[in-house]
Design a protein around this ligand. Structure first.
Ligand SMILES: NC(=O)c1ccc[n+]([C@@H]2O[C@H](COP(=O)([O-])OP(=O)(O)OC[C@H]3O[C@@H](n4cnc5c(N)ncnc54)[C@H](OP(=O)(O)O)[C@@H]3O)[C@@H](O)[C@H]2O)c1
Length: 281
């Protein structure tokens, strides 16, 4: 049974990797969830879905916090960073104001900063600024790779294993700092009420860094697949000239080569959550 004292939480981008896992996690905690989605999703007792074609048309919703997960990490002519990462954020802020939702939680990217120079990060920075200027209570979480059984990186590597070879662009010595989806869900829930996380921008990273080459080795352990390094020039050439079949997109490569890492201590201290090293590491 859903307890009255528990928060009601809306999720935009609820069909995605983080949204699906967050919905399951919150339901397991008997927390009511309102999914905001362009597609129909299964409804359960504690989880309902509002389907929209334009966020501006969503009627007022009653909830304590909105977790904004709409985003894209690759551009096409019909779905670019400005229209998705920036404009949908403004629409979500308008919805929060119209509905008197006081709290917004947003997942940005690790490495986003005022000095950012590439398109994906600039759009995330613009979204962050809109949220900060909105006067809503916010928690902005700048995420490294969020990992679970069905995360985008694992899906990519699994596809490559099926084809027999995993490609590592360049030396593979650039690092990632994966955080488990379970810890991400706990941090998001904590952000709803914990005043330490109020009006804060915090890096959402796990306790350990690992080079991409070593991550791939661990991922491929026990599976029949070769690991092959390819020159960066070739990886970028494929991303630019054959985007539909390239294994890594332009901004995947930018983020990988960017070697963005951080300390997890601030997140642990503010949230009071002891972060676990993801199993694969
Ligand atoms: N996963 C990670 O490791 C990671 C790391 C750093 C930051 N992030 C950020 O965290 C957020 C969630 O990530 P994710 O991995 O769950 O992403 P995801 O699996 O790609 O899901 C993206 C969600 O955004 C929705 N969406 C995309 N374009 C939209 C549009 N124009 N209008 C409305 N909805 C739209 C999608 O809905 P449809 O199903 O309707 O297409 C989907 O629900 C994103 O903002 C991402 O940038 C994720």
């Amino acid at each position: 049974m859903v307890e009255k004292s528990k928060p009601v939480i809306s999720i935009s981008g609820s069909t995605g990797f983080v949204g699906t896992n967050l919905g399951k996690f919150l339901s397991s905690q008997n927390i009511s969830v309102i999914n905001l989605s362009r597609k129909k999703q299964k409804s359960f007792k504690s989880k309902k879905t509002l389907v929209f074609s334009d966020i501006d048309d969503i009627p007022k919703i009653h909830c304590d916090a909105l977790v904004h997960l709409i985003g894209t990490g690759a551009q096409t002519t019909s779905s670019d960073y400005e229209s998705v990462n920036v404009r949908q954020t403004q629409k979500i802020i308008n919805l929060c104001k119209k509905s008197k939702i006081k709290k917004i939680i947003y997942i940005s990217g690790l490495g986003v900063s005022d000095n950012t120079t590439f398109g994906y990060f600039i759009s995330k920075l613009k979204a962050e600024r809109l949220i900060k200027e909105s006067r809503l209570d916010y928690t902005i979480l700048r995420a490294s790779y969020i990992v679970g059984s069905d995360d985008p990186l694992s899906q990519n590597l699994t596809r490559q294993i099926k084809n027999g070879t995993i490609l590592v662009p360049g030396s593979g010595s650039y690092r990632l700092q994966p955080i488990s989806i379970h810890d991400v869900c706990r941090v998001i829930l904590e952000s709803v009420h914990n005043k330490n996380l109020s009006n804060k921008t915090v890096d959402l990273v796990g306790p350990k860094t690992i080079s991409f080459a070593n991550y791939v080795k661990k991922f491929a352990r026990g599976k029949k697949a070769k690991i092959k390094k390819i020159p960066l020039e070739q990886a970028y050439f494929d991303a630019l000239n054959n985007p539909e079949n390239a294994l890594y997109g332009i901004d995947d490569l930018n983020i990988m080569i960017g070697d963005f890492t951080s300390s997890h201590h601030k997140l642990e201290k503010l949230s009071g959550i002891k972060l676990k090293t993801p199993e694969i590491l």
